[in-house]
Write a protein that binds this ligand. Structure first.
Ligand code: FCB
Length: 448
């Protein structure tokens, strides 16, 4: 394909992402405190095959080699998260210098290689001590998070200039406290709703603190967003899609831009919203420098009521390209989300902070991993990003999920998302063909 096609702006930020619990290991080393994910994965039956993040990719010990690898891939930026219980073993109070030093060395190492660090403060590993006091459903976690954000941004803020407060608060709140598939494994809607509010409030309160510790920095939040397509034009299907959209997307987007919580979703949850106090909504609506979107797939929504009430035939069907997560490959959905973030919500800058796919990978006889499906997934999504930029949407960066295979939460090590293959027995890293393609795309600044 002509390399002039799909040419990106020259300052486009090409990156890859990881998260602390998914790669670090060293779960109880130095002074690190226990996190809710340590507790959850150590509880039998919670994670597939009994996998835990105890060792993961052993990145805590192999970070220097991993930085070299990041450099070799040609990445301009690297998104990682700091583990709250590594920095504040009890969640608040005493700081672990060893924990802070680890991240400080990592940041120095990146800068030395001319790679821009993007730091996520919370990618789901809440200190267990805070969960013992009620976790995110308890308002006290808000102050603890602000304290933690203060400690980290004070220590790294001279060098880190891009901050993400939270990763996917919807997942923290609803998968952790309502569905119970993630730590801490609760199944209580009221807890989940309070958690979602406290997450947003913690974000809003932390932003000015980070800004004052880290001059001229960009601060944002990362949301997991999926467009909801009604399965047919019936009134019932459209209503179901709107309702799902409120649950996943608008519940976070609306308060972040000062519109408050969507009232249709409040009614649907049947909540009195007693956890919202005076001033909270103003704090949550603090203006951001960017919004991060993690995009993987779309959802097609079919109302259970549709057949009796209207008997409208389904007209929208899932495509037949499906990843190992059972997620439909639907690149256009990314374009749709990007347009909405800019034209409906007016975010000034958008980064794709995660995008990628799990497929089965095999090391071949030559010791290589050929992953054409992942390559094609990433390429086609990048082409949609390009399309969005052409349409005037200010997308400034793209971070592939993930730099390397890692602990995929409830699925343990059974799902591989990496650009780089990890042999968990030897901790050997093998650059997959998707990574080689990505490296070339970065070099040519093109997704052709
Ligand atoms: C996202 C998470 C990330 C990873 C991908 C596959 O929801 O933020 O940690 O697990 O999904």
């Amino acid at each position: 394909m002509d390399k002039k096609l799909f040419q990106f702006p020259k300052d486009f930020i090409w990156g890859a992402a990881t998260a602390s619990y998914q790669i670090e290991g060293a779960w109880n080393e130095d002074e690190k405190g226990e996190s809710i994910w340590d507790r959850f994965s150590h509880t039998p039956g919670k994670v597939q095959d009994g996998d835990t993040g105890d060792v993961a990719c052993d990145h805590y010990h192999r970070w220097e080699d991993d930085l070299e690898m990041i450099k070799r891939l040609g990445l301009k930026a690297y998104r990682f998260s700091t583990a709250w219980p590594r920095v504040l073993p009890s969640g608040s109070g005493k700081v672990s210098e060893a924990g802070l030093d680890f991240y400080s060395r990592l940041v120095d190492g990146l800068l030395k290689l001319d790679i821009e660090p993007y730091v996520t403060l919370y990618h789901w590993d809440l200190p267990q001590k805070l969960q013992d006091k009620g976790g995110w459903p308890a308002r006290m976690v808000v102050d603890a998070f602000v304290e933690y954000a203060d400690v980290v941004s004070r220590a790294l803020g001279d060098r880190v200039k891009n901050w993400i407060t939270l990763n996917e608060p919807w997942v923290s709140a609803f998968v952790g406290y309502k569905d119970g598939r993630h730590a801490p494994g609760h199944t209580n809607l009221d807890e989940a709703l309070a958690a979602s509010h406290h997450l947003l409030l913690a974000h809003g309160r932390a932003v000015p603190v980070i800004r004052s510790n880290s001059r001229d920095s960009n601060v944002g939040i990362t949301l997991n967003l999926s467009p909801k397509y009604p399965a047919s034009p019936s009134v019932a299907d459209r209503a179901a899609a709107t309702s799902d959209d409120g649950y996943l997307n608008r519940w976070f987007l609306d308060p972040l831009v000062g519109r408050g919580y969507p009232q249709d979703t409040v009614r649907q949850h049947g909540t009195d919203m007693a956890f919202v106090q005076d001033g909270d909504l103003e704090a949550i609506a603090v203006p951001l420098d960017f919004v991060g979107v993690n995009y993987y797939t779309r959802n097609i929504v079919r109302s259970e009521k549709v057949s009796e009430a209207e008997n409208v035939p389904q007209t929208v069907f899932r495509g037949d390209e499906i990843t190992e997560m059972d997620w439909e490959v639907f690149p256009e959905g990314l374009y749709k989300i990007l347009g909405r973030l800019y034209f409906d919500y007016n975010f000034p800058v958008i980064h794709i902070t995660e995008n990628g796919a799990a497929f089965v990978d095999n090391v071949n006889a030559d010791g290589e991993v050929d992953d054409p499906e992942r390559l094609s997934y990433i390429q086609r999504h990048l082409q949609q990003v390009h399309r969005a930029i052409e349409a005037g949407i200010p997308v400034k960066g793209y971070f592939a999920w993930s730099l390397m295979d890692n602990f995929e939460w409830g699925f343990g090590y059974s799902k591989r998302f990496g650009l780089v293959y990890v042999d968990y027995k030897t901790q050997k890293r093998i650059v997959k063909s998707s990574a080689k393609w990505y490296q070339q795309a970065i070099e040519q600044n093109s997704a052709a």
